[in-house]
Write a protein that binds this ligand. Sequence first.
Ligand SMILES: Nc1ncnc2c1ncn2[C@@H]1O[C@H](COP(=O)(O)OP(=O)(O)O)[C@@H](O)[C@H]1O
Ligand SMILES: [Mg+2]
Length: 227
Amino acid sequence: MSEPVVIVKNVWKFYSYMGQRIAVLKGINMVLYRGDMVCIYGPSGAGKTTLLKILAGLVRPDMGEVIVEGYNLSILDDDALAELRTSIISYIPQDYGLIEDFTVYENVELPLLIMGVSEEERRTIILETLRYIGISEKMNTKVKNLSGGEKQRVAIARALVVTPSILLADEPTANLDWENSKKILELFTRINKDFKTTIVIVSHDARVLEYVKRKYALYDGVLKEQS
Ligand SMILES: Nc1ncnc2c1ncn2[C@@H]1O[C@H](COP(=O)(O)OP(=O)(O)O)[C@@H](O)[C@H]1O
Ligand SMILES: [Mg+2]
């Protein structure tokens, strides 16, 4: 494949549990390429969310390095990491991270407000993105009145408005039935194709594996690529 966009070198993460130091990630190595679409698959407690948050610059590893689009995340301060998340990396948390009392439009607008995009330009980008995602008709609906599948779409729309080169999704199908899960996975496939976005989906659901180009298994903090 083409150029590497994410390089993970010997990443370790420890948490303390009842006074003991427990290794959650044990020397993770991984390279993701432009236009890649991968699934990190593994059971609950394997370290998937921790790894995804490290890729997003939300959690710092205790050892090792993560290089994203040439930026070494370990030498960036918190402000610089936050800026990367409004330009290069979009992270979609498992619980969507939406503001329930805001409308769909207002939620999707937030990253653009942070970036200082003008009102007129915001409107153009939001309308175009909602149309692409297929949720325009819910634009003025409050998020608390949406179904799980719709909330996941809004979370994807909010992640897309910054035109990220890397999209990270934590268990995007965990709260959905299989019909809705398929629609979300098809949407990720379309985004990957249309924008060459590098997509990482973390999941404990083996059915997700059919939709990706490459697969990694994460068991007990150890990552292995699967053929
Ligand atoms: N902030 C934290 N403090 C202490 N332990 C944590 C923290 N985050 C995760 N863990 C522990 O690390 C392990 C891996 O968690 P996580 O990355 O959420 O796994 P997964 O997403 O695969 O279920 C679990 O045993 C969890 O309890
Ligand atoms: Mg998790």
